[in-house]
Design a protein around this ligand. Structure first.
Ligand code: ADP
Ligand code: MG
Length: 231
């Protein structure tokens, strides 16, 4: 194992059973994959190739049927659910295509949300609020803190989601087609901010994109086809 590795996955398999049918569809057919500290990696592939499923499996959001995902040697799905949640909250930021901000919360509250899962968060409200606020300023949303997500454009919502992903100073950012719902100008702004924050903090980025020009801006480009990584 390379000493700079932050994540290593081996033999990841995942099937889904559709409805009541007995037959399962195999979506991941044995994926091996590793990420090194500080690299940016793009995953591309046709719709349905298994990109999102792989990202969820690597991020601890969806347990594979077989295989191992290790963070610094620790097996993500062998540890208990609480330990996995604690690792996720500390180490991983996730940016979704459809933002997934909570509509009832303000932009600031949304950006703070992962910080509230940190140990002792209840004693550190002011500090965490300031941290979220500073991140929102960095993504150009200082004037929008008290707004609800529904009052923001798509690009602004995604920028709030980037602030949320960064609030716990994770080592890794997973992004699943983060500009997939945006026009090209606001998509470019989101990418500029995302790549900028990743470079500034030396974070590791794993991003699914359907855009080869975006993939070319990453250090490494991995292609998926039909549940496998194309060699
Ligand atoms: N929760 C689920 N239940 C059933 N089928 C699923 C589920 N998630 C994904 N799939 C199926 O798995 C395949 C791969 O999905 P996905 O990983 O989302 O692909 P991609 O992100 O590459 O478009 C698709 O055929 C999809 O319908
Ligand atoms: Mg997908």
């Amino acid at each position: 194992m390379n000493e700079n590795e932050v994540l290593r996955a081996e033999g990841i398999r995942k099937s889904f059973r559709l409805g009541k049918s007995k037959s399962a569809v195999e979506v991941l057919k044995g994926v091996d994959f590793a990420l090194c500290q500080g690299e940016t990696v793009a995953i591309t592939g046709a719709s349905g190739a298994g990109k999102s499923t792989l990202l969820y499996a690597l991020a601890g959001l969806e347990k594979p049927d077989a295989g191992e995902v290790r963070y610094a040697g620790r097996s993500l799905y062998r540890m208990g659910a609480n330990a996995r949640a604690a690792l996720r909250v500390k180490e991983i930021g996730f940016v979704f295509q459809a933002y997934h901000l909570l509509p009832e919360l303000t932009v600031l509250e949304n950006a703070m949300l992962p910080a509230l899962a940190l140990p002792g968060a209840w004693k550190r409200g002011k500090e965490l609020r300031e941290r979220a606020s500073a991140l929102l300023a960095r993504v150009g949303l200082a004037a929008r803190e008290k707004h609800r997500p529904g009052e923001l454009s798509g690009g602004e919502q995604q920028r709030a989601a980037i602030a949320r992903a960064l609030v716990n100073a994770p080592r890794l950012i997973f992004a699943d087609e983060p500009t997939g719902n945006l026009d090209s100008a606001s998509g470019e702004e989101v990418l500029r901010l995302l790549f900028g924050e990743v470079a500034a903090a030396g974070l590791t980025l794993l991003m699914v994109t359907h855009n080869d020009a975006v993939a070319a801006r990453c250090d490494r480009h991995v292609k998926m086809m039909d549940g496998r990584i194309v060699p």
